[in-house]
Design a binder for this molecule. Structure first.
Ligand SMILES: [Zn+2]
Length: 437
């Protein structure tokens, strides 16, 4: 625990703080300190947002045009903990891009770098300053108009790191994830004191050994109400209520550290939610949603993991949850094929089946006609790039009279929380069993 000091060097630059940042980076720091409470959650993740522009080392391209065939790079944001950094670039349209790594160049006094070339693009940002990050992984981010139609983003690193880069649409944003060295974590101090770990009977059966931290993601929020159901109830309110109850229960009864991607009715971009889970190094990421259908009779529970699909209904659902078009979902399956397949697929499937079974069992005790719509796969942006077992649960249909009404009542919400809790517990136990094989 003592080694986990991640707070100090991160900065938060609010939109309104651009001038301060541009004028004097120290000013940005002072401001960052002042804004710290707003930006940080309890674990010390900071989010930054700044607009930046052509850096002097880049070519002196003419002022930004407005030609509609070019993608505009309008903004750069980041989120950092010091062991994980996500940099996000806002774009006006889809782009082709390439990312590369460069070693340090001592003769030019340059650190190891990752750079991304965005083709057919123009810078459309105001400030001329690079974004200072200085979080132990990244020193700073520089961006400039490298040539007539190439915007180059350079990440000055402290050492050579692996990275992932991927594009999300609606609005388009290019995401770069950088993971620091996995620190010698939790077991290290214990191992020092006790060379031979003694596992007591209690520990053996305790589910908390398998899962240390869970990030719960109540879908939607703020300007995005999610689906609207019977009597005008909003998905965002039901999922927030359930997430808070579940967080309390997991903390109290399993001793699991739970982080919520939102605690109130605020809007959080989908890519920030995954970034929070990665930054927290969570063991599980569970995104909570309510289903919707134009058919008022549609009802039931389904759980999703991230993978390509040809199922039309799953693609339509993903389009709705992603706030994008059905076409974008199928286009993106192709673009994201690497990301979609590489991350924790088996664990996610295992988690999905346990949650689904537990939800169907649990709710069947409380409601009639609980339908098991099964475990499915689809491309949900909120799951892309997650580095842990991650699922999205459609807990029931908000547009169905009996399910929608039930889910706005405390006692049914409590039953859902109980069932989700059971599912997570079953997964935790299975994880331990697998590790002790
Ligand atoms: Zn939703």
């Amino acid at each position: 625990m003592a080694t986990k000091v991640v707070l100090l060097v991160s900065i938060f630059l609010a939109f309104g703080a651009n001038q301060v940042c541009a004028a004097e980076s120290k000013g940005g720091y002072r401001l960052a300190q002042a804004e710290k409470n707003k930006a940080a959650n309890e674990s010390g993740i900071f989010q930054g947002k700044a607009r930046i522009a052509a850096e002097e080392n880049f070519s002196n391209a003419e002022p930004v045009g407005t030609s509609s065939d070019k993608a505009m790079v309008t903004d750069i944001r980041f989120l950092t903990t010091g062991t994980y950094t996500r940099v996000m670039m806002d774009l006006s349209q889809a782009v082709r891009y390439e990312s590369h790594r460069l070693p340090a160049d001592a003769s030019k006094n340059l650190p190891p770098r990752i750079y991304v070339d965005i083709f057919g693009a123009r810078l459309a940002m105001n400030s001329k300053e690079s974004i200072l990050i200085d979080d132990g992984l990244l020193r700073q981010v520089r961006v400039g108009q490298f040539s007539q139609d190439v915007v180059r983003v350079v990440l000055d690193m402290t050492s050579t790191r692996n990275h992932d880069a991927f594009l999300l649409p609606d609005p388009y944003r290019l995401v770069i994830d950088i993971q620091g060295q996995a620190p010698a974590e939790v077991p290290a101090p214990a191992a020092k004191n006790k060379p031979v770990p003694v596992v007591t009977a209690k520990e053996k059966t305790s589910p908390t050994v398998g899962i240390r931290k869970v990030v719960l993601d109540p879908g939607h929020g703020g300007k995005d109400p999610g689906a609207i159901g019977v009597g005008g109830i909003a998905e965002k309110d039901i999922v927030l209520s359930i997430a808070k109850k579940l967080a309390k229960k997991l903390q109290k009864e399993m001793g699991i550290h739970v982080v919520l991607t939102r605690k109130d009715d605020s809007f959080i971009p989908l890519e920030d939610r995954t970034a929070i889970a990665n930054a927290e190094k969570a063991d599980l990421f569970v995104s909570l949603h309510m289903n919707a259908s134009p058919n008022a009779d549609a009802r039931g529970i389904e759980t999703y993991y991230l993978d390509k699909t040809t199922d039309e209904a799953a693609m339509r659902l993903a389009a709705r949850e992603n706030a994008t078009s059905r076409k974008n979902v199928s286009d993106l399956q192709f673009i994201l094929s690497d990301m979609v397949q590489s991350m924790n697929l088996e664990e996610s499937i295992s988690l999905a089946y346990r949650l689904q079974a537990s939800l169907v069992d649990g709710m069947s005790k409380r409601m009639e006609d609980v339908r098991d719509l099964g475990v499915k796969k689809a491309l949900f942006y909120v799951l892309v790039g997650a580095r842990m077992a991650s699922v999205l649960v459609e807990m029931s249909f908000i547009t169905n009279k009996s399910e929608g009404r039930a889910m706005s009542q405390e006692n049914y919400q409590d039953a859902m929380v109980e069932a989700l809790y059971e599912g997570i517990q079953r997964y935790a136990q299975a994880t331990i069993a697998a590790k002790t094989l």
